[in-house]
Design a protein around this ligand. Structure first.
Ligand SMILES: Cc1cc2nc3c(=O)[nH]c(=O)nc-3n(C[C@H](O)[C@H](O)[C@H](O)COP(=O)(O)OP(=O)(O)OC[C@H]3O[C@@H](n4cnc5c(N)ncnc54)[C@H](O)[C@@H]3O)c2cc1C
Length: 140
């Protein structure tokens, strides 16, 4: 999509990108990495590259991967912990897609901690099953 001239001048975006991703947190970086290789991707962010929440997320990332677990249990735990504040459709999308997203991150080389050959998962907070994957204390 062409940029409006004043926007372009204000932030001085070089003209040779096909796509601009705004934000250098987990969402922006993952979106950028998932784009087709032939696209020229520009990433813009506020202040410094580590500004934002992702760099603080040390605990881990939840996904129903353990054989004792299911996305339905993950959904129930999340809605219960959310005490009415969560959008159920968004949570459903998240829990149903989390296992595939983790598999993709592993494929991309994210160094999640292991227990033997398997991914290590901890039981934390309001989760009723071990489902928090981590990469030391630098998961985000
Ligand atoms: C202390 C802390 C601990 C947490 N621990 C966990 C955890 O253990 N597990 C977990 O799952 N979640 C955790 N979270 C939540 C998690 O960090 C966030 O849900 C996640 O990082 C959101 O990612 P994001 O990419 O959407 O946002 P962010 O990582 O915040 O990225 C937003 C990006 O947008 C950029 N930006 C903002 N405004 C502009 C602008 N106007 N122009 C250009 N760029 C802009 C910012 O610079 C940043 O790069 C934690 C959060 C905090 C604060």
């Amino acid at each position: 999509m062409p940029f409006h001239n004043s926007f372009r001048l204000a932030i001085d975006i070089p003209p040779h990108f096909d796509i601009i991703v705004v934000g250098s947190g987990a969402a922006g970086l993952y979106a950028a990495l998932c784009l087709p290789d032939h696209l020229r991707v520009g990433l813009i962010t506020k202040d410094a590259i580590h500004t934002g929440s992702s760099n603080w997320a040390q605990g881990g990332i939840a996904a129903a991967i353990d054989p004792s677990d299911t996305p339905t249990l993950h959904l129930e735990d999340t809605l219960s912990a959310g005490v009415g504040l969560c959008d159920p459709e968004s949570v459903k999308f998240l829990v149903e897609n989390a296992p595939a997203a983790i598999a993709h991150l592993v494929e991309m080389g994210v160094a999640f901690d292991r227990k033997g050959e398997k991914l290590a998962m901890t039981l934390e907070a309001a989760h009723s099953r071990p489902r928090v994957l981590h990469s030391a204390d630098t998961t985000g």
